[in-house]
Each structure stands twice: as structure tokens, then as C-alpha cells.
Design a protein around this ligand. Structure first.
Ligand code: DON
Length: 310
């Protein structure tokens, strides 16, 4: 593995101070009541190097709801379970240019979701796992724990119930997919797994560690375990770059230039291939559902380290 640079702690402290200036300009996700209670003042950042180095700032060891970042773990697991040929027949690999929870495209494109990170695509991916395994949630948790090299990662059941109680759009998408023949398991089963995957609680440090295999060609450097092939890691990174921040992905590439995945819990996990996995958390979101101060922090990181992939 390539050696990485010097102690990044002072840089992360500087980035935290600067990025915190964006707090107050966004809005904490309130369509899931259990998330609306999170303090907007939280800010954490963790950078893990492929050589095992770790640097953190702020609330990097406080758990938050990973939400859509979970879609990266389900994608990796589904590819493992059903294989890439079968999965890519059911979901595309193009940016959607639409909101993450949009139904419009799904109807006009006959039930083939644009990519695995919009909700429609994520539900198909979750279905692939749900239809083929006896305990999909346990299987997913096991996979996340292996990626993060940490055994006590858990699901916040209160968040999962809260989302299920307000999940009418996701239920609509799932029923539409079912009517279009692109959902195998019962709708209720797929939704139940989906809400629980979104409610996985992790810290910035956990998420940065869990994204390390994507930065290091498929291996988790902490345990030495080979979790995916280099080709699979490369392909997932390409999807992060083109689809990881929904209809904000172009602007994110322009400002930051690092493959990443966001979640409405305020987390963004990012990959600099061959060097670092990064996670930043700040709960206030922009109008597209991506963390406002988190985006700013990654923009500053890319600028100050000159580590954008471009
Ligand atoms: O499907 C939902 O509404 C959420 N549980 C996940 C959405 C999400 O995180 C979108 N990300 N920016």
C-alpha cells in the first residue's frame, strides 16, 4: 500500500472551524421525526489512511444515522450474492438528475431505476438481498461490521420505526416497482429491510474505516481481510462519483472532486483511491438533501491537500 502523508490533525481542526461557519444555513431532515431531534451543532470528521493511519476532528466518535450511505453496503452485498450480471439487468448506472425519492422517472422508464443509489434503485438492490437470504438484515450488518472492522455496529430501531411510519413515498416506489415486475420479495419485507439499513448507526470513524476497502482495492487494511476485488472497488467508486449525491452530484464533483455518498442523517463518506477514506458529519442539509457543512469540509480538504481525483 502507498504510504500516506503527515499528521492531518491540525488540518482537520482548521477545516472544522471553517466548515462550522456554514451551520445555520441548512435544515436538519425533519421528514423522519427521529432525525429532526439531532443537534445541528454536531460536526465530526475522520480520515483513515490505507496505511492504517487515522485522524479525527470534532464529534468523530458520536453515532449518527447513516441513512443512504447504507446503499453502498447493500450494493456491495447484493453484487456478492446475486452477481453483477443479474443485478445490472435490474438497475442502471447513470445519474438520475432527479431527487433521490422521485417517482417520475421510474414510471417513464418502465421500472428500471437509473442507478442503485436513488431510492428506486436502492429498493431493487435491497430486494435482491431480501429475496435471496434468510436473514437479510443480519447478513447486511455482518457485512458492514466486516467492512468497518468493528463488531458492535447496530441498528437504531427508533429511527427505523420513525421512517416506516412516514415512509409513504418509499412505499409508493416499492409498489410501483412491484407492479412493473422489478421486485421479487413482498413489498413489506423489502421496505422493512430498507428502513433498517438506513437506520444503521455509525460514527465518522466507523464509516471512514468501512470505506477503506474502496480506497485500497478491496482490502480492509485494519484486518487484512479481502472484501471485494479491485475491479469491484473501482466500479463502486465510479458510481459514487456519478450518482453518490443525487441531483447534486455534478456540483459536488465541481466543488470537491472526490467520489462520495451522502445520507440525510448529515453524513458524507468519501474515497480517495489509493490514499484515504473520509467521513464527515454535520446534520444540516442543503435543498437536495446533502450535508451543507459536510460538503464545505470536503471541499476544503480537497483544496488544501490537493487530493481531488482531478
Ligand atoms: O429513503 C429515505 O427517505 C431515507 N431513509 C434515506 C434517504 C437518504 O439518506 C437520501 N440521502 N441523501
Amino acid at each position: 500500500m502507498t504510504a500516506v502523508e503527515t499528521d492531518l490533525t491540525p488540518l482537520l481542526d482548521e477545516i472544522e472551524a471553517e466548515a462550522r461557519k456554514s451551520i445555520g444555513r441548512g435544515k436538519v431532515a425533519d421528514y423522519i421525526p427521529a432525525l429532526a431531534r439531532i443537534s445541528p451543532e454536531r460536526f465530526g470528521m475522520a480520515v483513515c489512511g490505507v496505511d492504517g493511519s487515522e485522524y479525527v476532528a470534532g464529534d468523530a466518535d458520536i453515532c449518527f444515522s447513516i441513512q443512504s450511505i447504507s446503499k453502498v453496503f447493500t450494493l456491495e452485498l447484493a453484487l456478492k450474492i446475486v452477481g453483477s450480471n443479474a443485478l445490472w439487468k435490474r438497475v442502471g448506472r447513470e445519474p438520475s438528475g432527479n431527487a433521490f425519492n422521485s417517482l417520475v422517472q421510474l414510471e417513464s422508464e418502465q421500472g428500471l431505476p437509473r442507478n442503485p443509489f436513488i431510492n428506486a434503485g436502492a429498493l431493487v438492490v435491497t430486494d435482491a438481498i431480501t429475496a435471496r437470504t434468510v436473514s437479510p438484515v443480519l447478513q447486511l450488518l455482518g457485512s458492514v461490521r466486516r467492512c468497518a472492522a468493528r463488531q458492535d455496529i447496530y441498528i437504531d430501531e427508533e429511527v427505523a420505526h420513525s421512517e416506516a411510519d412516514h415512509g409513504h413515498r418509499n412505499a409508493a416506489i416499492a409498489h410501483l416497482l412491484k407492479s412493473q415486475g422489478n421486485l421479487v420479495a413482498p413489498v413489506e419485507d423489502v421496505l422493512s429491510v430498507y428502513y433498517r439499513q438506513c437506520a444503521i448507526a455509525m460514527t465518522c470513524r466507523d464509516l471512514a474505516r468501512a470505506f477503506l476497502p474502496l480506497a485500497s482495492g478491496g482490502q480492509q487494511p485494519i484486518t487484512g481481510e479481502k472484501l471485494m476485488t479491485p475491479l469491484r472497488a473501482k466500479r463502486i467508486n465510479s458510481l459514487l462519483l456519478t450518482c453518490g449525491l443525487y441531483d447534486g452530484v455534478g456540483n459536488f464533483a465541481f466543488r470537491v472532486g472526490i467520489p462520495a455518498k451522502s445520507g440525510v442523517g448529515g453524513g458524507i463518506a468519501a474515497v480517495i483511491p489509493g490514499k484515504y477514506a473520509i467521513c464527515v458529519w454535520s446534520p444540516e442539509l442543503d435543498e437536495l438533501g446533502n450535508s451543507l457543512a459536510g460538503t464545505r469540509a470536503l471541499e476544503l480538504f480537497a483544496r488544501k491537500t490537493k487530493l481531488s481525483i482531478f
